[in-house]
Design a protein around this ligand. Structure first.
Ligand code: B12
Ligand code: SF4
Ligand code: SF4
Length: 314
């Protein structure tokens, strides 16, 4: 995540990123798939009890949100232009050095939960953020007041202790960072805590009481693709690079590439072997023992020597 440091103070000053910016219009877009049943949080927690299946976090089970949200923001800007006449604007979503949570919080989209994400009384936190920087002087929307109270559920449940205090995250420990952003070897002490999460993590949001108000997306883009939350790890280990690219076409998962994917699935497979022997999984791992990537080989070797321990022992 060196890009964050590289952009320095520009991140906090919109007019330095896009000269002429006078206001920022912030937006949120719900991402729970339309078919999400009531009690979805319990269903997601149960998946963690089936170590032989890989879990992709909820936001990444459908189409890559970056394009979907940016296109919609662009259309919104065009509609505003139809009403007001031409104006200078630029749409962002996670695409540039923009402090999105801070902007959302200051403009009334919600407050910053103790897990650091924007949280709303009407929509929980299961939404993406996006912005339109405009050269129009718009009246500011008042910020939302915080409503976490004395709750610490997200801090208490985090499997790696990454939320080191209210609104303070040590990204190096976050499973989302380790499985998506981090390129190299995953620290060994953290591997058992990753469990069967193979792309991102939802725990701090699943446990949040405000997510009973999380909304389903009306867009088919976020419908979950088959096998994104319950595919057997042995099957995922067997994907060739070609198959990985084909199955993740248009999905955010594609960004991590086949090598990181196999690394993540190998960690989950090692954890599954610790939870109970599974001959099919062991065979699938052995088939990768001589993989051309040193990263894959190292994680596969770790998985194969995994003894029966519990995450608490780590
Ligand atoms: C880097 C990043 C990560 C990192 C670090 C996360 C973090 N909490 O910092 C990792 C990889 C761990 C991550 C994980 C996830 N992420 Co992320 N991530 C980002 C990203 C690209 C930047 C966030 C960032 O800048 N963090 C650095 C810290 C220091 O900044 P900050 O917490 O925002 O706020 C500080 C500053 O604003 C500062 N500040 C305030 N005022 C000022 C003024 C000045 C002058 C300065 C210098 C500083 C300053 O104080 C704040 C508190 O410390 C944003 C998109 C974006 N461009 O903003 C998405 C984003 C935050 N992520 C998102 C999501 C969905 C996730 C995950 C849920 C994905 C998943 N399921 O696995 C997890 C959640 C983990 C968690 N509990 O945070 C969404 C959140 C939507 C929401 N409801 O809020 C975002 C907004 C992407 C999007 N466009 O929708 N993410
Ligand atoms: S996403 Fe998972 S690992 Fe990261 S802070 Fe939330 S609970 Fe912890
Ligand atoms: S789990 Fe509790 S402390 Fe954490 S963000 Fe939700 S309400 Fe706030």
């Amino acid at each position: 995540m060196a890009y964050m440091q590289a952009h320095g103070i520009k991140r906090a000053r919109p007019a330095e990123l896009v000269p002429g910016t006078l206001s920022v219009i912030t937006a949120r877009m719900d991402y729970l798939p339309a078919a999400t049943p009531d009690g979805w949080q319990a269903i997601e927690f149960e998946r963690l009890q089936r170590p032989g299946e890989g879990i992709v976090s909820l936001y990444a089970r459908g189409r890559d949100y970056h394009k979907v949200l940016r296109n919609r923001l662009q259309k919104l800007a065009e509609r505003i232009a139809q009403e007001l006449g031409p104006f200078g604007h630029r749409a962002f979503t996670d695409s540039a050095p923009v402090l999105e949570v801070e902007l959302a919080t200051r403009s009334g989209q919600g407050w910053r939960g103790k897990h650091t994400l924007t949280l709303s009384r009407d929509a929980g936190s299961m939404f993406f953020l996006g912005e339109i920087y405009v050269d129009l002087a718009l009246p500011a929307t008042a910020p939302e007041t915080p409503h976490c109270g004395s709750c610490t559920a997200c801090i208490d449940i985090c499997p790696t202790g990454a939320i080191v205090g209210p609104q303070r995250l040590d990204a190096r420990k976050c499973i989302s960072y380790l499985t998506i952003e981090h390129a190299g070897s995953i620290p060994e002490d953290l591997r058992p805590r990753i469990g069967n999460r193979i792309y991102g993590c939802d725990d701090c949001q699943l446990v949040c009481p405000w997510n009973k108000y999380a909304r389903r997306s009306p867009l088919p883009d976020f419908d979950a693709r088959p096998g994104m939350a319950d595919a057997p790890l042995a099957q995922l280990l067997a994907w060739t690079e070609e198959e990985f690219l084909r199955r993740t076409e248009g999905s955010a998962i594609r960004r991590i590439g086949h090598e990181r994917w196999l690394r993540n699935v190998a960690v989950a497979a090692g954890n599954a072997l610790r939870a109970g022997e599974d001959a099919a999984l062991r065979t699938a791992l052995q088939a990768l023992a001589a993989h051309p990537s040193a990263i894959v080989r190292e994680h596969v070797a770790w998985a194969l020597v995994a003894g029966p321990t519990t995450p608490q022992d780590a």
